[in-house]
Design a protein around this ligand. Sequence first.
Ligand SMILES: [Zn+2]
Length: 205
Amino acid sequence: MSKDTVFVLKSVNYSEADKVLTVFGKYLGKFPLFAKSIRKINSKNRGNMQTLNTCNISFYEGKGLPILTESELVYAPDTQILKKRIDEIARVLGMLNRILQEYDPNEKVFNMLVSISKRNFDIVSVNRFRTIFLKEMGFLADFSVCTICGSKDDLKYIDLSSFALLCKNCYSKAGKGYKLKDNVYTDESFTQALDMYIKRVIEEI
Ligand SMILES: [Zn+2]
C-alpha cells in the first residue's frame, strides 16, 4: 500500500460509478488515480476527492492505474467563494494539468498550491503562484532582475510580448514596455500577459 498527500487537479467520470482522477502528490508528483465506485452515494471517498481538495490517501499499484483505497480530507476551499473565482481556478488547473510532468514531484510547488487554495484562489495568490511555478519549471528567467542589464532597481516595467521585466533605464532606451502598477499581481495587463505567456509555453511543450 502506498500513501501520499495529494491535491486533486482533475476528475473524469468513468463507466457507471467510477472516476479517473488526476492528483498532484506532495512526494510523488502528478499521477492518475483510479477511484472505483466513487460516484456511489455511500462512497466514503466521494466528498473528499473533489477537484481542488487536499487529502491524505492510500492506494495500491497494480498492473494498470494506481487504485485509490482510502482518503482523509486535509483541506477543502470555500465553495461559495470559489464560484466567483472560476477564471482564476481555470488558470491554475489548466497550467498544472498541461505543464506538470507525471511522477515529477516538487514539494515547493505543492506547498504553494495548497496555500493558494487556502486563500481561495484570489488573483494575487494565483499570479504569484503562476510566476513562481514557471520559474521552478524552467520556463521563466530570473524574475527579480531587469532582463537587459540585470539591475534589481526600479523594476516597474514589463515587456508584454516576452514577459520579461525591465528597469526604468532600459525601458526608456528600449522604447517599449508597459508600466506596472504598484502591486503587479493585481495588474490586469500583467495577468493578461501571463495568460498569453503560459499559453505559448503550453503550445511549445
Ligand atoms: Zn535594465
